[in-house]
Design a protein around this ligand. Structure first.
Ligand code: ATP
Ligand code: MG
Length: 255
């Protein structure tokens, strides 16, 4: 038991496939390399991919955790955690999406309370739907990383997301423009994007961070940033490290 409260960071978006899961896991890799203990919670309840990405052989998921809490069968949170290595652990999403419907969201803050003193950083991966689950995650996080792409619809929805956050007087968010997912999509300039979303772009993963044959590396079941078979250029590594530090309140934004 560490005894110091960890930072809870939710990674979210309003469009699917913008790189939330890969960014979440790369951040986990960076925090681990910085010697922090990290827990990744997969709150993409209907189509979670964290366990698959890490070739986890967990039998318990967040569904069992919530169910056991509800039925007084819960003993300790470790029973539901898969340790990827000695620095990175996960709580997996349900294996069957039908179980996702059965999870009572009121247990999510309770689950977070049970882990927040045991890890330095808790990363919550989410779906792109601003539903009760994501709102609960956002409300219970110290920081939100909102990811979007250079795409007309995505930018429109990003603007709405930002205005929702502003209406709720929630200033604890950073925006990340991910150009590494669709490197050829560069229709809007950074200047135009800023005016379209009416906000700053806090971080940017450039198109040079596009990984050819990414599926080959994903299938290896390792955090990409830590995969020795993959050459991550120094600039990309520094960008991710800078973002990781900023998200936990260390270091400056540099973009
Ligand atoms: N740096 C990259 N280089 C190449 N392809 C990438 C990169 N990052 C992401 N992708 C591609 O984009 C896909 C979506 O990434 P990811 O699963 O992280 O997005 P997501 O936002 O979590 O998606 P979902 O909304 O479905 O959960 C990946 O499977 C991969 O094919
Ligand atoms: Mg995902």
């Amino acid at each position: 038991m560490k005894g110091i409260k960890g930072k809870i960071i939710t990674i979210t978006s309003t469009k699917g496939g913008v790189g939330k899961t890969i960014t979440t896991l790369n951040l986990a890799g960076i925090y681990s390399n910085l010697n922090y203990k990290v827990l990744v919670i997969d709150l993409d309840l209907y189509s979670g991919a964290v366990a698959t990405h890490l070739n986890s052989n967990n039998d318990k998921t967040i569904f069992n955790l919530a169910e056991d809490l509800a039925n007084n069968r819960y003993e300790k949170v470790e029973d539901y955690i898969f340790n990827y290595d000695d620095k990175i652990s996960i709580i997996a999403a349900p294996k069957d999406p039908r179980m996702a419907n059965k999870i009572d969201i009121k247990y999510i803050p309770l689950i977070l309370n049970n882990v927040v003193y045991k890890y330095d950083v808790i990363l919550i991966d989410t779906s792109h739907i601003l539903n009760e689950i994501n709102i609960t995650a956002i409300d219970n996080s110290d920081m939100i990383l909102y990811i979007f792409t250079n795409d007309t619809f995505d930018l429109k929805n990003t603007r709405s997301f930002i205005s929702i956050m502003n209406d709720a007087e929630n200033k604890n968010y950073y925006t990340l423009l991910n150009e590494s997912v669709h490197p050829d999509k560069k229709y809007y300039s950074l200047y135009e994007i800023r005016s379209l979303i009416k906000n700053n772009i806090d971080f940017n993963l450039p198109s040079t961070m596009y990984i050819k044959n990414i599926d080959k590396y994903i299938l290896e079941g390792k955090v990409l940033i830590q995969n020795k078979n993959l050459t991550i250029n120094k600039m990309a590594y520094e960008k991710l490290t800078n973002m990781a530090n900023t998200l936990i309140g260390k270091g400056d934004k540099n973009d």
